[in-house]
Design a protein around this ligand. Structure first.
Ligand code: HPA
Length: 262
């Protein structure tokens, strides 16, 4: 394992539950950051494009959601030169049309926490009018359709975890317009935007949210993940192949008008 790669990598994939590895013949690197050490990142090529794969929960799924060092993870991918990140997340369904095993590309989110690289001056307020990169979302949806049905819009409620929600919390999220609930889909989106990196996730539903089925178990999440992940990997490969390298979206200039001038 090398301490650091000097190669520029174009695309990052952050794998969530069930997806701790997917690149063949990868070089494994540790990238130190001012925020700490992220899990080992594997670097390889998909169809000639250099891709960095970061397992969000660590290689052996040992990092629980509330302990994920999101700043280190995004900072490390930035350090490698990554300009576009595709992520995967396991989520519960709040919208009763969505079912376990379904794939969803959310377009918006709710998260009441603060996630930022900018704790001091210049005070920085990034615009999240389009919370996820529209170009990655479009490419994900178009390529997912080749392999699966896909829900093309959803509002994600993001909690801290690691506990699951109560039925009352899910009813509240439903009233707020949320369709899915997960523990990891938001901090990365905000932090990526703060570094002008394009970011969008593809989520898979592992269960109906609390109060919508009798009980929730970790095994259920693992079982659905096992079934969905092979399809997800295909979709990710195809998306990387077809994702245009040039960036014309607003993510590229997220800091241009974000700095408070007083
Ligand atoms: N809630 C939060 N996170 C989740 C769930 C859920 O129901 N299912 C999978 N991840």
């Amino acid at each position: 394992m090398r301490l650091r790669s000097l190669k520029k990598v174009d695309i990052g994939i952050i794998g969530g539950t069930g997806l701790a590895a997917m690149l063949e013949d990868a070089e494994h690197v540790r990238v130190g950051t001012p925020y700490g050490l992220p899990p080992p990142i594997s670097i390889s090529k998909i169809n000639g494009t250099p891709v960095a794969f970061l397992p969000r929960h660590g290689v052996h799924h040992s990092v629980p959601p509330h302990m994920i060092n999101y700043r280190a993870n995004i900072s490390a991918l930035h350090e490698l030169g990554v300009e576009q990140i595709i992520a995967t997340n396991a989520v519960g369904a709040i919208n009763s049309n969505f079912k376990p095993g379904n794939l969803v590309v959310p377009h918006d989110f709710i998260d009441f926490r603060s996630h930022t690289f900018y704790d001091s001056s210049p005070v920085t307020h990034v615009d999240l009018s389009q919370p996820y990169c529209p170009k990655i979302r479009f490419t994900l949806i178009e390529n997912a359709k080749k392999y699966s049905n896909i829900w093309e819009k959803a509002v994600l409620a993001c909690t801290k975890g690691p506990r699951l929600e109560t039925p009352a919390e899910i009813r509240m999220f439903k009233q707020l317009g949320c369709d899915i609930v997960g523990m990891t889909g938001v901090p990365e989106a905000i932090l990526a935007r703060e570094l002008e990196i394009c970011y969008a996730p593809i989520c898979f539903i592992t269960n109906m949210a609390a109060g919508m089925q009798e009980k929730l178990t970790a095994d259920e999440v693992t079982e659905v993940a096992k079934k969905v992940v092979p399809v997800l990997e295909q979709i990710l490969r195809e998306t990387v192949k077809n994702l245009p390298r040039e960036r014309h979206c607003l993510c590229v200039q997220a800091l241009k008008e974000a700095r408070f001038r007083g």
